[in-house]
Design a protein around this ligand. Structure first.
Ligand SMILES: Nc1ncnc2c1ncn2[C@@H]1O[C@H](COP(=O)(O)OP(=O)(O)O)[C@@H](O)[C@H]1O
Ligand SMILES: [Mg+2]
Length: 367
């Protein structure tokens, strides 16, 4: 056994609707991570938010059987972060932890909340920090930043649940000034197309607003276009690797939840069939978006391309994209020659690099 192996905490599951997607991503990481370099300690977060650890935690999560696991706690003791398990009322040290890989998607995983916790614990972790994660999670705020930078986005408006509950007529009226139908209605802070609808008339808009308001306090209404869906992977902190664009060809009328996870008829095309000029344009915007939102480690940047005019619009950015070997993010990088195992390696190295960079920040007024 190599004594220099890094102790890595793999955190999976979580409180979001994308809990199961996270388990799939974690399973893929477990089967591909280099065991010579990393000793992996598994921490699962249940849908209710309990942190559990133990032998084969991932498998027990997959089987919905949590009996054999113990409550997990991370404790910062001086410069060391330690993982403890609570066993019959007693804390038992499991291991010290060098780096955390939170392979969590959606709210409470990808939105800055857990990143804030890791910041408090002063530990290196994979992916974007608090600001990048939370900005990227909110589709409305992301677009506000994009507009400020003059990046192309589809016309949109943001409404609160309160406005929808109390004066839906006014919301409808204002929505209809954004663009002609069809309009897309989305909860601002979800993923996986949950709560998203395409409305072709006022009646559908009313239904869509009510549905989206079930999932979030902040609702986005957006101009709908007949679009090609183009995605790019970005890897890095300062020096960035940008993949060639890939294309998603949805099986449904749009790339819906069922299409993503149930029917699975959506196809991916790598690389997308685009002109060199458009590829460069898309890659350029992807890098600028990544920097503007203070992303780190990884992100998948998604675009919509108008089929009628070939115009490119920034659509959304995912700071913890689907991460199985058949997910778009690793596949695009793999097309560029980075294997899945190497990608995991690089992400961990980037986490350590970012922590070292943060540690350079002076905390004394005397600088
Ligand atoms: N303005 C739009 N015009 C056309 N299609 C859209 C628009 N917005 C979203 N879609 C469709 O809905 C899908 C989900 O929307 P998206 O904003 O990507 O949310 P999610 O975070 O759930 O993936 C997209 O992949 C696309 O198929
Ligand atoms: Mg999307």
């Amino acid at each position: 056994m190599n004594s220099k192996r890094l102790n890595l905490a793999l955190v999976f599951g979580g409180r979001s609707g994308e809990h199961d997607v996270s388990l799939m991503s974690a399973r893929s990481v477990m089967s591909s991570i280099d065991p010579e370099k990393y000793q992996v300690w598994q921490i699962g977060i249940t849908r209710k938010g309990d942190w559990l650890t133990g032998q084969g935690a991932l498998e027990t999560f997959e089987n919905h059987d949590f009996e054999a696991l113990q409550p997990a706690i991370l404790l910062k003791e001086g410069k060391t972060l330690n993982l403890y398990a609570l066993n019959e009322g007693k804390l038992e040290k499991v291991s010290d932890i060098d780096v955390i890989f939170p392979i969590l998607h959606g709210p409470y995983g990808e939105d800055g909340t857990i990143q804030g916790y890791f910041e408090m614990l002063d530990v290196a972790y994979v992916g974007a920090g608090v600001l990048g994660s939370s900005l990227a999670m909110d589709k409305g705020l992301t677009k506000d930043v994009m507009l400020n930078k003059d990046f192309p986005v589809l016309a949109y408006g943001l409404f609160t649940r309160n406005a929808i509950e109390n004066n839906i007529e006014a919301v409808v009226e204002e929505s209809e000034t954004i663009a002609n139908y069809p309009l897309f209605i989305k909860p601002a802070n979800l993923g996986s197309s949950v709560g998203i609808s395409k409305a072709k008339n006022r009646e559908e808009l009313l239904k869509a607003l009510r549905l989206a308001a079930k999932y979030d306090r902040r609702i986005l209404v957006e101009r709908g276009i007949n679009a090609r869906e183009i995605e790019v992977s970005v890897l890095g902190n300062e020096a960035l690797i940008v993949s060639e664009p890939g294309e998603v060809i949805p099986g449904d009328e749009f790339y819906s939840y069922d299409d993503k996870y149930i029917d699975g008829v959506a196809q991916t095309l790598i690389p997308a069939d685009l002109s060199p000029e458009i590829i460069e344009h898309i890659q350029n915007i992807a890098v600028q978006v990544y920097k503007a939102l203070d992303c780190a480690g990884l992100a998948r940047v998604d675009f919509l391309m108008d089929r009628d005019t070939n115009e490119i619009f920034f659509s959304e950015i995912n700071t913890m994209p689907g991460f199985t070997p058949i997910s778009m993010y690793p596949k695009l990088l793999n097309h560029g020659g980075i294997t899945y195992t190497e990608l995991i390696d690089r992400l961990i190295a980037l986490a350590l690099e970012r922590k070292a960079d943060k540690d350079k920040t002076s905390r004394s007024v005397k600088a």
